[in-house]
Design a protein around this ligand. Structure first.
Ligand code: S3P
Length: 429
C-alpha cells in the first residue's frame, strides 16, 4: 500500500494516541507468570504486541480480549507455562523475542523462537551470552548470534552482568531470567535505558533494588496479578508533537501520554530547540506517569544530542532528523550506533530517505548531521519495512513543496495501526 502525503496549512484539535508498546508487551508477559488475574486496559493492539499475546497463548496462558483495548490474563504462577508444540513466531518484534527468551530460559522445557527477515538480522548474542552464563542452553544461527533461537531452560544461576550497551531489552531479559535464579541477579547498564520492566516488576511484587544504573532482583517472588492501565505511547505521540511544531499556525492537544522520564528524551530535545510544548495535569494510574501535552508551532533551532541522552530518545531519532531539517542551524546526533541494529539500520534508512526528498544530511558512523533550515522538495520514499521510518516520512510530507509518496505503509501497523487516520484527523488543509 502506498500513501501520498502533502503539505497542509495547520495541525489542530485534540487527540489521544494508542497504548504504550513497551508497557503492553510487559503487561502480557508478567501477567502470564503472575498468580491470579491481570487486567490490562489501554493495551496496544498493534502487530508487535499481538505477537506477544500469540506467543504466550502458545505457552498455554489464557488471555482473553474483553473490550477493544482491554484484556484479562489468567496467570498461574512463575512455573506454569507449558512446552509449546509449535515454533514461537514473534513477527517483527525485538522486544518479544528478547524479553520472552529471558522467561523461557528459566523453564523446564524446550522452545524455539523465530521471526521475520528483520528479526533474523538483529543481534541476539547480546541476550544469549548473559542467559548462557546464567545456565540456559541457548543456541541460534552463528553460535547464538542470530535467531531462530532454541532454548532449553534450566534452574538458573544469579549473576552480576555489565551490559555492553544501554538496552532495556537486554536488561529486561536478564531481570526476567533472574526471577528463576538461585540467588540475586544484578544488571549494570552504561546509561539508564527505559525502566518499564523495573517499575512493573515492582508493581507485581518482585523485590528490586535500584541504584542509578545498577538493578538487583531477588529470585522466586510471589508475583500477584495486577490491574495495569497503559498510558498513551510517547513514541507515537512524538510524531504529532513534531507535526504541530513544524506546520504553521498549529495548536494541538494530545491526551493521556506516558511521560516516564526514561522515555521523554525527544520532549527534552524539542524544548531545547525552542519548541513550545506544555505538560499539563501530570497524574499516575499505577506506576507510570501520564499527562496531556499542548503543542504550538515554534521557530526551532539546532541541537547536539549524545551520550546518556541517546537511550531516552532512541526510537525518535529518525523523526528528529525531520524536524532538524526545519530548524535553524546545525543538529548533530552522535553515540547512536544502536540505531544501526533496530528494525532497519535507521541511520542508513533515514539518511537515504531524507536525501530522496531533497534534504541534505551527513551520515556519521554513530549518527548524523543536518544543517537547517532546508526546503523539503518531496518525492517517492520507501519505509524499508520499518514503521518508524514510514511515520517520520509522513511528517516530512506535511511541510513538503511537492507531495511525498510513501511505499509500503502497511508496516506502520507494527506500532500504530491507526496512524494515518489519526494524522488526517488533525491535519487542516
Ligand atoms: C524497547 C527497548 C528499546 C526500543 C524498542 C523497545 C523495549 O530497545 O528501541 O523499540 O520495549 O524494551 P533497546 O532498549 O534494546 O535499545
Amino acid at each position: 500500500m502506498n500513501q501520498t502525503i502533502q503539505a497542509i496549512s495547520s495541525v489542530s484539535g485534540t487527540i489521544s494516541v494508542p497504548g504504550d508498546k513497551s508497557i503492553s508487551h510487559r503487561a502480557i508477559m508478567l501477567g502470564s507468570i503472575a498468580n491470579g488475574k491481570t487486567y490490562v486496559e489501554g493495551f496496544l493492539n498493534s502487530d508487535d504486541c499481538l505477537s506477544t499475546i500469540r506467543v504466550f497463548r502458545q505457552l498455554g496462558v489464557e488471555i482473553e480480549k474483553v473490550k477493544e483495548t482491554s484484556y484479562t490474563i489468567r496467570g498461574k504462577g512463575l512455573n506454569s507455562l507449558k512446552e509449546p508444540q509449535e515454533i514461537l513466531n514473534v513477527g517483527n518484534s525485538g522486544t518479544t523475542i528478547r524479553l520472552t527468551s529471558g522467561i523461557l530460559s528459566g523453564q523446564s522445557f524446550h522452545s524455539v523462537l523465530t521471526g521475520d527477515d528483520s528479526i533474523a538480522r538483529r543481534p541476539m548474542g547480546r541476550i544469549v551470552e548473559p542467559l548462557r552464563i546464567m545456565g540456559a542452553q541457548i543456541d541460534g544461527r552463528e553460535n547464538g548470534k542470530y535467531a531462530p533461537l532454541s532454548i532449553r531452560g534450566n534452574r538458573l544461576k544469579g549473576i552480576t552482568y555489565k551490559t555492553p550497551v544501554a538496552s532495556a531489552q537486554i536488561k529486561s531479559a536478564i531481570l526476567f531470567a533472574g526471577l528463576y535464579a538461585d540467588k540475586e541477579t544484578t544488571v549494570i547498564e552504561p546509561y539508564l535505558s527505559r525502566d518499564h520492566s523495573e517499575k512493573m516488576l515492582k508493581q507485581f511484587g518482585a523485590k528490586l533494588n535500584i541504584n542509578k544504573n545498577t538493578i538487583t532482583i531477588q529470585p522466586e517472588p510471589e508475583l500477584e496479578g495486577q490491574k495495569i492501565i497503559v498510558p498513551g505511547d510517547f513514541s507515537s505521540a512524538a510524531f504529532f508533537i513534531a507535526a504541530a511544531l513544524i506546520v504553521p499556525n498549529s495548536l494541538l492537544r494530545i491526551k493521556n501520554v506516558g511521560i516516564n522520564s526514561t522515555r521523554v528524551g525527544f520532549l527534552e530535545a524539542v524544548k531545547a530547540m525552542n519548541g513550545s510544548v506544555e505538560i499539563e495535569d501530570i497524574r499516575y494510574y499505577g506506576v507510570e506517569p501520564m499527562a496531556d501535552l499542548v503543542i504550538k508551532t515554534s521557530s526551532l533551532h539546532g541541537i547536539t544530542i549524545s551520550g546518556e541522552w541517546i537511550p531516552k530518545i532512541i526510537d525518535e531519532l529518525p523523526l528528529l532528523a525531520v524536524i532538524a531539517s526545519q530548524a535553524e542551524g546545525t543538529t548533530i546526533v552522535r553515540d547512536a550506533i544502536e540505531l544501526r541494529v533496530k528494525e532497519t539500520d535507521r541511520i542508513k534508512t533515514i539518511v537515504s530517505e531524507m536525501r530522496k526528498i531533497g534534504v541534505k544530511i551527513e551520515e556519521l558512523k554513530d549518527g548524523f548531521i543536518i544543517e537547517g533550515k532546508q526546503y523539503i522538495e518531496g518525492g517517492r520514499v520507501s519505509t524499508h519495512g520499518d514503521h518508524r521510518i514510514g511515520m517520520a516520512m509522513a511528517i516530512a510530507g506535511l511541510v513538503s513543496k511537492k507531495p511525498i509518496i510513501i511505499e509500503n505503509t502497511g508496516v506502520i501497523s507494527i506500532s500504530y495501526p491507526g496512524f494515518l487516520d489519526d494524522l488526517a484527523k488533525i491535519s487542516k488543509s
